[in-house]
Design a protein around this ligand. Structure first.
Ligand code: URA
Length: 296
């Protein structure tokens, strides 16, 4: 392997800035590392330290007998985290205990400000470690209409505000099309931390953030809810159906025993990528506007 050319501090800083903007969160070496081998060795070392494994047992039986019998863990098919990831981002898969903790914490909030503070202090979700900001909400907490998206992207993470950047610009145009703006609406996301590289949050991340989103809605008490895209629709309506089949059809979301009219619609990001879908989004917006007028 040839020597890497020497570069100045400024060049190094510019390259790192470029990587960060491109969503790179982990640094890798030039030489490939067999992560399975590394994980296996780490596991063996841990077991040896605990001294609770009978070496005569097969690895599978030994692993099963040394497992702690606490609450059930959710499983993931992700490969074991690399040592770099483990050290720098401490990626975790929540067990039921962590989810219960998130629920109890969210429930304990008696105001939107309290919820915001609790969320800012909550360390249970791995996404927060790669994010610059906890993106809580924007708009008017007393507005009758609440829009709920997926998760912050790069621009939202930088500014700490949901729906800014190109997606936010289209979102603002959608609001304006039905005579709304950010003073007349309230805007949040299911997940308040940017997933690396703007990927879709995975189920265990959504599961950990959902109690805060649910409490957020309970505290805002909107008269009408708009769910933008698959993640917010599937999470809050507890369905696996796709937004393309659900959009445009009114649903109900239970807020403290009150059924709130809820419209699943297309996410502005989808509309940027599929301009032909704007026709359907426009139909949804007209239905939302008419219902809002009835309710206010
Ligand atoms: N996409 C979302 O769902 N929410 C944002 O805040 C930005 C992009």
């Amino acid at each position: 392997m040839s020597e890497a050319p020497a570069i100045s501090k400024q060049e190094a800083a510019a390259i790192l800035k470029f990587y960060a903007e491109a969503g790179v969160v982990d640094l890798l070496n030039d030489e490939p590392i067999d992560r399975f081998e590394v994980s296996r060795k780490q596991l063996e070392e841990k077991r040896a330290k605990r001294g609770n494994v009978n070496p005569a047992l097969s690895p599978r039986v030994a692993a099963a007998t040394s497992r702690k019998s606490t609450s059930p863990r959710l499983t993931t098919d992700k490969p074991a985290a690399s040592p770099i990831q483990a050290a720098s981002t401490n990626i975790t898969v929540p067990d039921q205990e962590k989810i219960d903790e998130a629920r109890a914490l969210a429930k304990s909030a008696n105001s939107v400000d309290e919820l915001k503070e609790l969320l800012a202090d909550f360390k249970g979700c791995n996404l927060r470690q790669g994010a610059k900001n906890t993106v809580f909400a924007d708009g008017n907490p007393n507005a009758p209409i609440m829009f709920i998206g997926k998760a912050p992207g790069r621009d939202e993470d930088r500014q700490g505000v949901p729906f800014v950047g190109p997606i936010g610009q289209l979102f603002d145009k959608m609001l304006a099309a039905i005579d709304l703006d950010r003073d007349k609406s309230y805007i949040t996301n299911i997940v308040p931390w940017r997933p690396p590289g703007n990927r879709t949050p995975v189920p265990h991340e959504i599961e950990l953030c959902r109690p805060f989103a649910v409490r957020h809605i309970e505290l805002i008490k909107p008269k009408l809810i708009v769910l933008m895209g698959n993640v917010s629709t599937q999470t809050l309506l507890e369905t696996n159906k796709n937004i393309l089949s659900l959009r445009g059809t009114w649903a109900e979301y239970d807020v403290g025993g009150k059924k709130v009219p809820t419209m699943p619609t297309l996410h502005p990001d989808h509309l940027i990528k599929n301009p032909a879908s704007k026709r359907n989004a426009w139909k949804d917006l007209l239905a939302i506007s008419a219902r809002l007028k009835e309710l206010t």
